[in-house]
Design a protein around this ligand. Sequence first.
Ligand SMILES: [Zn+2]
Length: 602
Amino acid sequence: MKYSLNWDLDSLFSGGINSAQLKTKLAQTKTAIAALGDLLDRWDAASDAPQYQQFLKLITQLQAINNAIGQAGIFITAVGSADVNNPDVAPMEAQLRDLGTQADNVSGKLKKVLVQVPDVNFAEMLAQPDLKPIAFNLKEMREDGKELLDDKTEALISRLNLDGKAAWSSHYDSLVATVTVPFHDADGNPATLSAGQADNNLLGNADPQYRADLLPAWEQAWTDKEQLFADTLNHLAGFRLTEYAAHGTTDFLREPLKDNRLSAETLNTIWQVVDNNKQFLLDYLDRKAALLGKKHAGWQDVEAPLNLPGSQLHHFTYDEAAAFIIKHYGEFSPKMAALAQQAFENRWIEAEDRAGKAPGGWMESAPETNESRIFMTFTGSPNDVSTLAHELGHAFHSSVMEDLPQLRQDYAMNVAETASTFGELIVADANVKAAKTDAEKITLINAKMDNPLAMFLNIRARFLFETHFYQLRQKKLVTPAELNELMLNAQKEAFGHDLSTYSPHLWASKLHFYIDEPAFYNFPYVFGYLFSLGIYAKAQQEGDFEDSYIALLRDTANMSTEELAQKHLGVDLTKPDFWLAGVKLIKQDVAEFMRLTDSLVK
Ligand SMILES: [Zn+2]
């Protein structure tokens, strides 16, 4: 074997979770945060003019603190993901969270200090050669500062948050751990499934009857505890709304949009495009239902695999997967290929299939050493190769920004999924092209459809639900019956009333509604996916795309999303045209799927 399935964490901090090096780093960071707080108290814009050397020192220190927290954070997360039973991880996580809160407080203080700087001095500051590269970020911080309350109140809110919004969020995890789904195993023997196992089978089990039988058992399991989940959701949202109100707004989408540097107008355009273009996806679902021997697909069939005769998929060894990604990345961008190779060679990836690992996959960057780490479980399926390509896309995004100041690397969630989806699309398409039989091709296109189905229909439903829920929550506590009704209506609207079954308890079963930061953990995914598709469509048209793609990625934390698209793609995101170019690519996949399956359903 050429490449190792296990990552190297020692180059980040040596000696595992109890690393002395890590402890020193955390202690130094704590001291640095306190020192920065003191410096801030003493800083005076007038006497620092006209060169603002003192301020440069302050902002440089803040960025160094953020990087130190990032470096420790990726290490602690990595150790915990690779060994979920390691008891020493949780205390380190708590320590890091505490440091994060302290750093946020200092950063809040700095934002408010900027508000005190008169406009003319502020303009003079931004013109300094060393501050110019972060001018956009400083302006953003100053705007944020205008909404902050006095230091004492802000510190009180963030302390209360630990037992408020953040606490309700982690309480959700404790509740989910108690959910069990009494069902039967594949041989029909009685069994008790955990929420995670049931979820995997509900969406991924190859047997349509098994999935159809599981759905009512799944819904019942959440019904049994619906009051507990409703309390949790109501209080988490209530805390958030009170926090917004204290900062002067009743518009619960204002903050999520601001976090994503996105205008409400753009978001509305996206939803219009999605709504006007979902019929072909509903047709696709009807065809899929027909292939499963049904008239209409149920909730449990949307993401289901299709097991057609002769659809045995290629099994990749890890080395083959690496070679496949490097090769196809290279067709778009030699620099992407080089970064992927570096990740494999330098052991940035933990991919081994073994017990005791966390589920899912992620990429995080190590800002102090300009490296990344990728976590996933590789079983050899084409889907795993796509996942790996997705995470390597994230790593590429980080790598092209590594020489920029930390603030300039702080891109938002909506653009965070751009490079990853881009990487994933390249490899998913290459997989379809490499298929040897029609059946194999059908299976792969079906797997590729998971993304558009999620973005256009499922996440659309979640956004509709969450919007209606927050509207109601502003007036009252929302009962479980009302939550079920809101969710059912949202799903029916998003899926065009086309499904035979729905999942009204998705408001309880979906973790994303319970994430404390950021709020509205849904629309940025849709944005990222469609934005990436639009770029992918452009990349296919233009021959030499690498340089302009990298230039775009480097600007992802340097301007509003609308300005980013205008500057690097020459498009207006508030108009449908750019989004429709991406939709066209999905339509091509569906057309191909329809053509290949035509003879199978007649
Ligand atoms: Zn991602």
